[in-house]
Design a protein around this ligand. Structure first.
Ligand code: SF4
Length: 342
């Protein structure tokens, strides 16, 4: 296994007037070359802050207070601003949910793509040729003309494609996609997901895909981490997560997915809401919503342990979760698309 990124015990806190928000509280995982690694969880579970930390994009009042982020063995947290600029310009890119937050409305797409090539020795002509190639690759029609347009002249789906093209200018080895389809309608979502899968194959990239859409995870990811209240509660390959979830939270998520076997019956709902990250309970953060909770769950945070090779879970009641019946989730069609916040 060729690990391109290794995150170890990452802690990112936000020091606010109302207290310390432990947004990411001891997260560890790795991503291999050419792999798509999913991070899934409800809004505010720490998945986006984990990604921002990887690119060293945490802003005040936030701070990385512990852990390591090893990119090809080098700790990003200890890098100088020059080294970070080089890594961000040449090795890693990020695409966001809302293209308008990362694309500049007063610059043409061409100008923005040329800026993204700034770390290369390419001539103007080479930059133009590559920019047009990338716009064509992501499915922008008439790229020779549209490259001279501004982002507001593009539709929602085309903006997303343009943002992906800009992110690919540096030929990143690692692409971080932070909720890349959330703001789009279902048809365009599907097109963007298929586009990312195609680009991954063609460019041999690794992808970290952050989403709260389990259908997107099923379509795209090789392995996946389920986050809850700033920690990983389960980490395994995608097939296992969908068929044999071994944490009560993941199990409830899978139970809330529609599929043909549940037609006519009520879907499971996870009652309650995630804990306040300023005032975290001392035990398992899922305890107030967990129907299997016992006394120890309220007092002690369970360790993340391997129950099978490559399958980690964090629960005091392994004897119960190991007996959860298998779930046959139809993960290949849009019928299974489930939104965690829904
Ligand atoms: Fe539920 Fe306890 Fe397991 Fe937490 S540790 S998920 S509360 S059974």
């Amino acid at each position: 296994m060729n690990k391109i990124l290794e995150v170890k015990d990452l802690r990112t806190y936000f020091f606010t007037n109302t207290g310390t928000v432990k947004a990411v509280n001891g997260v560890s995982f790795f991503v291999c070359k050419g792999e798509t690694f999913g991070i899934v969880g409800e809004s505010g579970c720490g998945k986006s802050q984990t990604c921002r930390a990887i690119l060293s994009l945490i802003k005040k009042p936030g701070k990385i207070v512990g852990g390591e982020i090893l990119y090809k063995g080098q700790d990003i947290i200890k890098m100088s601003q020059d080294e970070l600029r080089r890594i961000r310009g040449k090795e890693m890119s990020i695409i966001f949910q809302e293209p308008m937050t990362s694309l500049n409305p007063v610059l043409t797409i061409k100008k923005q793509m040329f800026e993204a090539f700034s770390q290369t020795n390419m001539t103007k002509q080479e930059k133009l040729q590559r920019s047009i190639e990338l716009l064509r690759l992501v499915g922008i029609p008439s790229p020779e003309n549209r490259i001279n347009e501004y982002v507001h002249q593009f539709s929602g789906g085309m903006r997303q494609r343009a943002m992906i093209a800009v992110a690919l200018c540096s030929q990143p080895e690692l692409l971080i996609a932070d909720e890349p389809t959330t703001a789009l309608d279902v048809t365009i979502q599907d097109q963007i997901i298929k586009l990312l899968a195609k680009l991954k194959q063609e460019l041999n990239m690794s992808i970290i895909l952050v989403t709260h859409d389990l259908g997107v995870v099923a379509q795209m990811c090789d392995r996946v981490a389920v986050m809850y209240a700033g920690i990983i509660v389960e980490l395994t390959d995608t097939t296992t997560l969908f068929s044999k979830p071994r944490h009560p939270y993941s199990y409830a998520l899978m139970g809330s997915l529609p599929d043909q076997s549940k037609i006519g019956s009520d879907l499971e709902v996870i009652s309650g809401s995630p804990p306040n990250l300023v005032d975290m309970p001392s035990g398992c953060p899922f305890a107030p919503r967990c129907k299997y909770a016992i006394d120890i769950c309220l007092k002690k945070l369970p360790e993340l342990v391997a129950i099978e090779k490559g399958h980690l879970t964090r629960c005091h009641r392994l004897e119960i979760v190991s007996k959860f019946p298998g779930i046959i989730a139809d993960t290949t069609t849009k019928k299974s698309r489930g939104d965690i916040d829904a």
